[in-house]
Write a protein of this length. Structure first.
Length: 348
């Protein structure tokens, strides 16, 4: 079976994890700080705040916009994971679902005015970003805008996910990067009960204040230990994904709608649009090829977000999208075979 996802944990990663266990410092310790330092270098952002999921990072950014910038509502593209919209709603703001580009599933630029979360869907760079835009980078580690800078650094902040299907994983985990010192300070407190002084900075035991009600979104060092090696060897991961994507791009051009080829895409998945989508997925499964869909239902079709507005492009995109795997365990030969199987079904 060709699996849709794969996890790349080496012996060095395991050794780093065991070292953390032996150290006895398991949460928000030196390895988390080391990961934050690596992320600042990798993305070029001034600040990085590790949390235990991308949802946590999005939630922190949304609460910041509501409490400190007095925003009441954010736009969210109709094609994304529910977490993007949940974070807005959990912060107490309301969600306005807006339409996406028919071909790539990215928010239409006319909706972007600084009051939105944009999603770099499937690892594609969404260029329309304003100073106050939250960038959902769950799919977009290694993705770069046209000017070469890393996504997540143009708007208010970028929020990354380390869930198992992502470019790199620790099971759960997230990272918020930002150039805004006020948000960085807020997020650092928001992730740990709104507490002023972390344990390592306390002069007296338990000597801390709490400034506002906030959850526990701390990242364990055990998770950070798994991510350090993966970020260090990321360029090889990205190069491989690009090579696999180019096999699909070359071999599927006559039978499906293909993503726009952009230099900055980091290919979280390779997403095509095809007629008879569900039959195609069944055909591929019959040939031992696992696929996925990002996303089968637009948010406006979810019970939590049932909207009056119908986003036409989003509906069409959700009906035809198929995600093909591009991870480390897919060889270029596998990609060629998968493309052949798709062509055989769509253009017999
Ligand atoms: C676009 C997008 N945003 C946010 C999330 C939430 O990430 P996490 O599971 O790390 O909270 C996901 C998860 O898959 C996602 O795909």
């Amino acid at each position: 079976m060709i699996k849709f996802g794969s996890v790349d944990i080496t012996d060095d990663d395991r050794a780093r994890l065991l070292k953390v266990l032996d150290s006895g410092w398991l949460v928000n310790g030196p390895v988390v700080k080391e990961l934050e330092r690596l992320f600042k270098g990798f993305t070029g952002a001034a600040h990085a705040v590790a949390m235990n999921s991308c949802t946590a990072c999005l939630h922190a950014a949304c609460v910041f916009l509501k409490e400190r910038r007095k925003k009441k509502k954010l736009k969210v593209p109709d094609i994304t994971h529910v977490a993007t919209a949940h974070a807005v709603r959990l912060s107490g703001m309301s969600v306005d679902l807006v339409d996406v580009d028919e071909k790539d599933g990215i928010i239409l630029p006319e909706y972007v005015d600084g009051n939105e979360v944009v999603v770099h869907l499937a690892g594609q760079p969404c260029e329309a970003v304003r100073k106050d835009t939250i960038e959902d980078c769950a799919h977009a580690l290694g993705t770069r805008y046209k000017d070469g800078s890393h996504v997540g650094t143009r708007g208010l902040c970028g929020c990354f996910s380390f869930y198992p299907t992502k470019h790199i994983t620790s099971g759960e985990g997230g990272m918020l990067v930002t150039n805004d010192p006020e948000l960085a300070a807020f997020a650092g407190k928001f992730r740990a009960f709104g507490i002023t002084t972390p344990p390592e900075d306390r002069k007296l035991p338990a000597d801390y204040d709490s400034l506002f009600a906030a959850p526990n979104y701390r990242m364990p060092d055990i998770l950070a230990a798994l991510l350090i090696g993966q970020i260090e060897r990321f360029e090889e991961n990205r190069r491989h994904r690009g090579a696999v994507a180019s096999v699909y791009q070359e071999n599927l051009k006559d039978c499906a709608v293909l993503p726009t080829w952009r230099e900055g895409t980091s290919w979280f998945i390779y997403q095509i649009q095809a007629e008879k989508r569900d039959a195609l997925i069944a055909h591929l499964a019959g040939n031992h090829i696992e696929t996925s869909i990002h996303y089968r239902r637009p948010l406006s079709a979810m019970t939590a977000y049932k909207a009056r507005a119908v986003n036409k492009n989003a509906r069409a995109f959700a009906e035809r999208a198929v995600s093909l795997p591009v991870h480390k365990n897919i060889s270029e030969k596998d990609a060629f075979m998968i493309a052949g199987c798709i062509k055989g079904f769509l253009k017999p």
